[in-house]
Design a protein around this ligand. Structure first.
Ligand code: NAP
Length: 251
């Protein structure tokens, strides 16, 4: 992928959800490597702690850790987190909504209502809750960026991808709604990334027969993530990005 020159994220406070593994982990580490103070939100504390140690040992700004299960979280818990962020950092310059679960790929008629609820909660309702309740902090940034992570099946739901596809379709709708509302009233940028096939545990679960070496690594996505979450953007707003089309763009 074509690289833009590295941006300086010094003084940028960026939250990454699902920061313990996969694309979120690489994004959090990369943002920290570029000088950002990252707030690591995830459900497995040991993974967050090992990333915290890795970031601190690299000499990057000390990250924040927020252990939170997006399946069971409540408005009260998120409000407490928002108050803690307010106290420590007083604003948020970016949110990367990355955490998600795959659920089961299954014919619609056989799917379970409980799984619909769980997948919609983690992949769609949790980003709604976080974005709403963190909004006052995001509004305090001079140049905030909110990035929602979709999927190829989010733009056009595909047979058997069940609640995962519909949750991503809804997430894209939320991003476009928010982008339209903020278009002429706020400097906050809202965009969508479809990472497409990327070598992670989720990809391996979705395509168990695939040779992982044939799939790009999360590192290869990072120029796009840095571009969208930093200040080096060109006013990008309300757009859906995937790494291939972005790479091909004349920048
Ligand atoms: P991954 O390797 O499965 O990582 C997902 C992360 O989300 C993990 O850190 C996981 O926490 C966290 N998470 C899951 N449920 C959570 C919950 N209830 N509360 C808090 N955190 C939770 O997935 P990935 O492949 O990196 O995917 C990242 C994003 O890209 C997702 O939105 C996915 O839909 C999207 N995507 C990925 C691909 C691909 O090919 N990889 C393609 C298209 C879209 P734990 O570490 O505790 O499990």
């Amino acid at each position: 992928m074509t690289n833009k020159p590295p941006q300086d994220f010094k003084d940028r406070i960026v939250m990454v959800t699902g920061a313990g593994d996969g694309i979120g982990r690489t994004a959090a580490k990369t943002l920290a490597d570029h000088g950002a103070t990252v707030i690591l939100l995830g459900r497995t504390v040991s993974k967050l702690e090992s990333l915290y140690d890795e970031i601190c040992q690299s000499g990057a700004p000390e990250p924040g850790i927020v252990p939170m299960d997006l399946l069971t979280t409540t408005e009260e818990v998120i409000n407490e987190m928002a108050a803690a962020i307010d106290q420590q950092y007083s604003r948020l310059d970016g949110i990367l909504h990355n955490a998600s679960i795959l659920g089961t790929r299954i014919p619609f008629a056989s799917s379970s209502l409980n799984e619909w609820r769980d997948v919609m909660q983690v992949n769609f309702i949790a980003p709604v809750m976080l974005t709403r309740l963190l909004f006052p902090l995001v509004e305090r940034s001079k140049d905030a960026s909110v990035v929602f992570t979709s999927s190829s099946v989010g733009n056009k739901p595909r047979a058997y991808w069940s609640a995962y596809a519909v949750s991503k379709y809804a997430l894209e709708g939320l991003a476009l709604l928010l982008a339209d509302e903020l278009e002429n009233t706020s400097p906050i940028r809202v965009n969508i990334v479809n990472p497409a096939a990327t070598r992670t545990a989720m990809r391996a679960a979705a395509y168990p027969a695939e040779d992982p070496d044939t799939v790009k690594t999360p590192d290869e996505l990072m120029p796009l993530y840095l571009y969208l979450l930093g200040t080096d953007h060109q006013g990008e707003h309300g757009e859906l990005f995937d790494p291939r089309s972005w790479e091909a763009r004349d920048r």
